[in-house]
Design a binder for this molecule. Sequence first.
Ligand SMILES: Cc1cc2nc3c(=O)[nH]c(=O)nc-3n(C[C@H](O)[C@H](O)[C@H](O)COP(=O)(O)OP(=O)(O)OC[C@H]3O[C@@H](n4cnc5c(N)ncnc54)[C@H](O)[C@@H]3O)c2cc1C
Length: 251
Amino acid sequence: QTPVTDYETGGAPRLITPYGDVRARRLVLAGEAYSQQLPKLRRTLVPMYSLIVLTEPLSESDWEQIGWRNRELVSSSRMSVDYLNRTADGRILFGGRGAPYHMHSVIADGLDRHEPTHDMLRQMTVEWFPMLKDVRFTHAWGGPLGMPRDWMPTTAYDAATGVARAGGYTGQGVATANLFGRILTDLIRGEVTALTQLPTVNHCSPRWEPEPLRWLGIRYAQEGFARLDRDAERTGKTPTGRTLVERIGRH
Ligand SMILES: Cc1cc2nc3c(=O)[nH]c(=O)nc-3n(C[C@H](O)[C@H](O)[C@H](O)COP(=O)(O)OP(=O)(O)OC[C@H]3O[C@@H](n4cnc5c(N)ncnc54)[C@H](O)[C@@H]3O)c2cc1C
C-alpha cells in the first residue's frame, strides 16, 4: 500500500516513498501501466483501459443451447478487441477495449468503469448469444493495460545502474509476466540462457509523443478502429488494411 514516487540508480539504488526510502542492491520496476506515473518513466507506456461485464451463472439448458461445452477462450477479429471466457462458476465473462484514452495518461479508480463501453459489452453478449436476451449482468469492472509505443514488451537489466524493468504486455501479461520474471532472474545472475536470447530482452521501445499529440493520435485510432468494426459488421467485409488508421496503427 506504500506508493513509490521515484527511484535513484547507481551505486546505491533506492526506491523513494512518502514514508522513507527502501535501499536494495537491485531494483526491479514492474509496475506495468502504473509505472509511467513515475517521472523517470513518463511516456514509456500509455494506460489503455480494458473493461469486463459478467453474466449471472447460466443454466445447463442455456449452455446446451449455446453449445459451449468446455472452457475455450474466445475472441473475434474486431479491431477494437474483445475476449470471452466461460468462468468456472458457469458465467460468461465478456471483455473488450474501446474505453477512451484520457489526456496525460491519467489513471484513476473512477476510470475502471465507463458506462457506454460496459453497455456496449452487455449488448454484444446478447448479440453473440441471442438466447440470453433476458440474462442478468451481475458485475462490471476494468483496469489499465500498459501499452508501449511499438506494442513490444521489454525485459531489461542494466548492471551499471542496478535497475531491471519488465512490462509493456499490451494486455497479455498473465503468462508473459511469469516468463519475464524468469528472464530477469537469468539476466540479474548474469547467465546467458535460451531465455536471455529472446527478442524482448533489452528491447527499447520509442517513447510516446508528448501531449496533446498523444491524445489526438490515440483517440483518432480508437475512433477509427470502432468505425472500421461498425463498417465490417454492416458490410460483412474485412477492412482493407489501406485506411490511414490501419496504417498508423500497424505494429
Ligand atoms: C480488465 C483486464 C483484463 C485483462 N485480461 C487479460 C487476459 O485475459 N490475459 C492476459 O494475459 N492479461 C490480461 N490482462 C492484463 C494483465 O492483467 C496484465 O498484463 C498483468 O496483470 C501484468 O502483470 P504485472 O505483474 O506486470 O503488473 P500488475 O498486475 O499491473 O501489477 C503491478 C503492481 O505494481 C504496483 N505498483 C505500480 N506502480 C506502483 C508504485 N508507484 N508504487 C507502488 N506500487 C506500484 C501495482 O499496485 C500493482 O500491484 C487484463 C487486464 C485487465 C485490466
